[in-house]
Design a protein around this ligand. Sequence first.
Ligand code: SF4
Length: 335
Amino acid sequence: MRQFSYARPDELYEAVHLVEKSRYLAGGTNLIDLMKSDVERPSHVVDLRNLGLNGIKELSDGGLRLGALATNADTAAHPFVVERYPLLASAILAGASPQIRNMATNGGNLNQRTRCHYFYDPDMACNKRSPGTGCSARGGRNRIMAILGTSEDCIATFPSDMCTALAALNATVQISGPSVERTLSVRDYHRMPGDTPWIDNNLQPGEIVTSIDLPPVSFGDHYTYLKIRDRLSFAFAIVSAAVGFQMEEGVIARACLALGGVGTKPWCVPEAEGMLEGNAPSASLFRDVADRLLEGAVTDRDNAPKVKLAPRVIQRALWQAANGTPQSQTFKSIR
Ligand code: SF4
């Protein structure tokens, strides 16, 4: 690891005045790995943990505010989250290991970088790490790579389970910067790679995520987070689906839906949610929704199986949500 200077400010206005080549540190579960691998080389690290951003509180509109520095573990175990947003709690518990969830923060989860193995190897060409060098994953070992939202320059999957649920729930990101405060939908927060794959999201230099707000609609009774991975103990999703329904007399009155493991960002298609609303669950409807979600999928050397696996995961998750049988992340068995 290279030498760097370190600051731990007590006030937000101090932190948002970004020093050139600085990086923000929260739980450190991604940044420290990247620094040890020589992928990130900040000259200055700004530790955000003294800013008081670790609270979780109810909002006046009935929603919930998750502090950016609240840990994933505290968020998943919070009584409001467990009771009102079980889809989110389930997705968080599907991610990483208990030890990592104890350190990882909500803001860090949002801003984590891809787990593409070529990105972590400075000897390999990677447009995301070193713009213009090429993409070793194209035509390489790419079984875990994305099939949706990819470009010629990058096919890296966005790895977060938590963000898949946040996108499904239509959460918003509260942002503070040197001159303005603003709000961005989680669905608009991450960027597809296009021809600038080194820019992961729409956060501007010097801006800090202060919280993530959940809307009042909780999808507390009919939900599931179904994650298929290589090992049940600790692995990123090959394909995952976050689904929430509000059911009225056997009809899906309202639906939320996002995919993980297949896209370069949490994958949402509002039209697919619209197809569900006002209809009773049926095999043909769920097949059509899966087809719509996966429209435009592009495969490379090794990741074609995702195109066959994803419709099955989507349809099973839709049935589980409709039947009110959420995927258990405690036992991590598939029901
Ligand atoms: Fe780099 Fe993206 Fe290609 Fe992976 S997929 S090697 S992150 S450019």
